[in-house]
Design a protein around this ligand. Structure first.
Ligand SMILES: Cc1ncnc2c1ncn2[C@@H]1O[C@H](/C=C/CNC(=O)c2cc(-c3ccc(F)cc3)cc(O)c2O)[C@@H](O)[C@H]1O
Ligand SMILES: [Mg+2]
Length: 206
């Protein structure tokens, strides 16, 4: 995938990096990026929220990191957490090829360890937008942890990938029934396939 980016994408052009990865995943080898179809929904939410602070859980190869960072205002910060060093190494190169290093802070480590340190280590008060795309059984515990750490403010947006496939039943049940969130489901398809999947967008009500 990285070779395809370096071969087919233009340095400093995030959209060409996104296009090169999508082409590679459609033509050569499927990979678990959010993909082009759900990616358009992600883009519209990022544009609508216009966040100053973004947290991404699960960088993987940096595809959604590049999609999000390319839409952020100049002073905005995206912190992305990835605990697999191999994926982190690839993602760093993908983010660099897109020329987005200044907007992105890739932190190697487990979300459960780093969420409690966001304030002291990165001077983050609250996150305007959180994109959840890591292990599906971590969505709920990490959401509760973000609440407990005071990282969500009235109006913070959580956007969760894969709520249908592979599915995040405990997260969906919690977020759709909690009086502290207003949720909306965006029906789509699993990246690069015709299988149903979707994104759940939830506003924290404080
Ligand atoms: C607690 C913690 N802390 C830090 N990094 C963490 C972390 N937990 C995981 N990570 C990191 O994040 C990525 C993991 C992503 C998990 N995503 C999926 O499993 C996934 C799977 C599919 C899929 C659908 C149908 C199939 F048949 C097969 C696969 C589609 C998707 O879109 C997915 O996101 C990966 O880079 C992992 O190292
Ligand atoms: Mg995903």
């Amino acid at each position: 995938m990285l070779a395809a980016v370096q071969k087919n994408a233009t340095r400093g052009d995030p959209r060409s990096v996104v296009k090169a990865i999508d082409q590679f995943c459609r033509q050569k080898e499927w990979a678990m990026n959010v993909g082009d179809e759900k990616g358009c929904i992600l883009d519209s939410v990022v544009t609508e929220v216009n966040p100053a602070t973004v947290l991404e859980l699960g960088t993987y190869c940096g595809y959604s990191t590049v999609r999000i960072a390319s839409l952020l205002p100049s002073n905005a910060k995206l912190i992305t957490l990835e605990f697999n060093p191999d994926y982190a190494a690839i993602a760093r190169q993908v983010i660099a090829w897109a020329g987005l290093e200044d907007k992105v802070q890739l932190v190697e480590g487990a979300s459960g360890d780093w969420i409690p340190k966001m304030k002291e280590k990165f001077g983050i008060e609250t996150f305007d937008l959180v994109f959840l795309d890591h292990w599906k059984d971590r969505y709920l515990p990490d959401t509760k942890l973000m609440e407990e750490c005071g990282l969500l403010r009235k109006g913070s947006i959580l956007l969760a990938d894969n709520v249908i496939c592979p599915g995040t039943p405990d997260y969906l049940e919690y977020i759709r029934n909690s009086p502290r969130y207003k949720s909306q489901y965006f029906k789509s398809h699993l990246e690069y396939t015709k299988v149903e999947d979707g994104l759940e967008k939830s506003v924290f009500l404080g």
